[in-house]
Design a protein around this ligand. Structure first.
Ligand code: SF4
Length: 157
């Protein structure tokens, strides 16, 4: 599939992700003045269409694509955010859908091709906050709403 081929070449995706991240951080003061809700009404549909097309995004609102080899962890049938389950089949196939490769095997392989964020696949991720589902991950990144409550007032490292 075209989507798999694109994701198997993650370096341009990584570059595009970082550029978008930097652009949003640059625009953050403007977005704050305009109002995040108003900006999200414009950003959300664009984010949804583009991420669904390329990453099969499920709009969790807490995007960690850059930390998972530009492979969406929410496409794992077990919704795991911290690596594979114990049931990965020989040759790296999924326990639930034996005809598909394990999302986490793909994530690891792709992360090895990513010079910027690749090593960060080793970071432990917090559980998903389902109250953010359907919201803009880019806006949540700016406001800190994509982080666990205890970290929401700190600066992003
Ligand atoms: S991690 Fe969340 S926001 Fe990012 S692509 Fe997956 S479902 Fe979409």
């Amino acid at each position: 599939m075209l989507r798999d081929w694109i994701q198997d070449h993650p370096r341009p995706l990584e570059w595009a992700y970082r550029s978008t991240e930097q652009l949003f951080q640059f625009l953050a003061p403007l977005f704050a003045r305009l109002g995040y809700d108003r900006v999200a009404r414009v950003i959300l549909p664009l984010e949804k269409v583009s991420k669904e097309l390329v990453f099969d995004c499920r709009m969790c609102g807490q995007c960690i694509l850059r930390l998972t080899g530009m492979t969406c962890p929410m496409t794992c049938p077990k919704l795991l955010r911290n690596g594979p389950c114990g049931g990965v089949r020989p040759e790296g196939y999924c326990e639930v859908f034996p005809e598909k490769r394990c999302i986490w095997v793909q994530a690891y392989e792709r992360s090895q091709k990513m010079p910027i964020y690749g090593p960060e696949i080793r970071l432990v991720q917090p559980p998903v906050n389902w109250s953010r589902k359907g919201t803009s991950a880019w806006i949540n990144m700016i406001t800190g709403a994509d982080r666990p409550p205890a970290q929401q007032h700190g600066s992003r490292g």
